[in-house]
Design a protein around this ligand. Structure first.
Ligand code: ADP
Ligand code: MG
Length: 141
């Protein structure tokens, strides 16, 4: 499904709606340029999952763990250059742990992103508009 948002608040709202229905073990990979809105949408998803902490862009950390209805792993692969490094950060332990994994720069995981992962692609239309395409989602939004 593809949805267009007209400002960051709408992207947060969309994330929240999605987050409300997510089940344990769900993995979501985010694809999109720097500044497209991946972290913004993750803020909403975390809210939908009941996270009270403020979600922010991890600058030097690869994984930030939040607690909501269940654990929420915010994983940013921006600094990952080869698949070996995924093992070093315990990538698969998060993915197959008992929380929801939200993976920014999922392209860096290549084909190691599991087939059952939900994929969210965010494209910049202009300054305030984004085209958000969600695939492989098994629940209604
Ligand atoms: P990324 O994590 O993809 O690098 P961020 O979520 O950190 O991107 O930043 C997105 C930037 O784009 C923010 O400054 C946000 O305010 C801005 N923005 C403008 N319009 C939108 C929109 N419709 N949806 C999401 N972000 C938007
Ligand atoms: Mg980001």
């Amino acid at each position: 499904m593809t949805i267009e948002t007209n400002n960051p608040e709408e992207t947060i709202e969309l994330g929240k709606r999605l987050g409300l229905g997510l089940t344990k073990g769900t993995i979501i990979g985010f694809f999109g340029d720097l500044g497209s809105g991946k972290t913004t949408m993750i803020k909403g998803i975390a809210q939908g999952l009941g996270v009270k902490d403020l979600v922010k862009s991890p600058s030097f950390v690869v994984v930030t763990e939040y607690q909501g209805k269940f654990p929420v792993y915010h994983i940013d692969l921006y600094r990952i250059n080869k698949p070996d490094e995924l093992l070093e950060i315990g990538f698969f332990d998060y993915l197959y742990g008992d929380g929801v994994s939200l993976v920014e720069w999922a392209e860096r995981a290549g084909n190691l992103l599991p087939d059952n992962a939900v994929k969210i692609k965010i494209e910049i239309i202009n300054h305030n508009q984004r085209r958000i395409t969600i695939t492989n989602l098994s629940q209604p939004l």
